[in-house]
Design a protein. Structure first.
Length: 275
């Protein structure tokens, strides 16, 4: 009996040793590798800096952050190989960019869902809009569409249902106040506030400008669960790199409890984790 127990113990130890070795072999060593990630606002840069700190501490990976000032260059730079990943856009924006530029960029992981809010320095509610007032909206197709749908949600206008999430100003079917829509680069919406009755402003630019919440007169994500997946922000890569273990590790590091806390901090609770 003692001999049998001894053999079982040796077998158990050997099995444990072998199993641990298998797990050790499965764990890839990314130490010393560098990944460049393009972002489009200081707000997103703050969140990604916490991811970079975690990556270096836990995996020895160095994340190099590249800050862009618009929504055009991050995808161009990713497509031409200047950067490895970018994280600034939602699914619909990426799809639209690929179609317009014959691109093959893909999503490799969700980041967060951001609200789209209407701000004003002149009125306290959308029902105070007057005949002929001017509203500024983003000029890129996907955010323009979302802005118009938000205004429809608020009861300001009506939009042709067939236009979907890529609605354009020409798709407005009802505009009783004859409102004028000024389509601007997303980065120019905050400076436009003194000159318009209201502006529909992307959350990252609003946060970067530290716009006060008391300027918000509508929020399309008060019930964020009702927003479609196409408005979830993502981490993008080139198609041929979509299964790169190093890049998937970056996604895993982003989708952490540390990032949840950082998103809560920098967005003042408005952004929600999308994974």
């Amino acid at each position: 009996m003692k001999k049998i127990l001894k053999l079982l113990l040796v077998g158990s130890l050997f099995g444990s040793f072998t199993l641990n070795n298998v797990f050790a072999e499965d764990k890839q060593d990314f130490s010393g590798q560098t990944v460049s990630v393009g972002v489009a606002s200081e707000y997103e840069e703050d969140v990604w800096q916490s991811v970079a700190d975690l990556a270096e501490e836990e995996e020895g990976i160095k994340i190099k952050l590249v800050l862009f000032s618009d929504y055009v260059q991050p995808n161009i730079s990713l497509s031409d190989g200047s950067i490895d990943l970018n994280a600034f856009q939602h699914v619909e924006f990426l799809n639209d960019w690929n179609q317009a530029n014959e691109g093959d960029l893909v999503s490799i992981g969700y980041t967060y869902v951001a609200p789209l809010k209407v701000y004003s320095e002149k009125i306290d509610a959308l029902d105070q809009l007057k005949e002929g007032d001017k509203i500024a909206i983003p000029n890129d197709a996907t955010n323009a569409g979302r802005a118009l749908l938000a205004l429809e949600q608020a009861g300001v206008i009506e939009v042709d249902d067939e236009a979907g999430v890529l609605a354009e100003v020409s798709d407005i079917t009802k505009n009783e106040l004859n409102l004028k829509f000024e389509e601007l680069d997303a980065a120019q919406l905050v400076p436009s506030l003194p000159d318009v009755a209201a502006a529909v402003i992307n959350n990252n630019f609003a946060n970067d400008a530290e716009l006060e919440e008391d300027l918000v007169i509508f929020n399309d994500a008060e019930d964020i669960e009702k927003l479609p997946d196409s408005y979830k922000n993502i981490i993008a890569s080139r198609k041929e790199e979509s299964e790169n273990p190093l890049f998937l590790k970056i996604v895993e590091l982003y989708q952490s409890e540390e990032t949840v806390k950082k998103l809560e901090e920098v967005s003042k609770g408005s952004d929600q984790p999308a994974w």
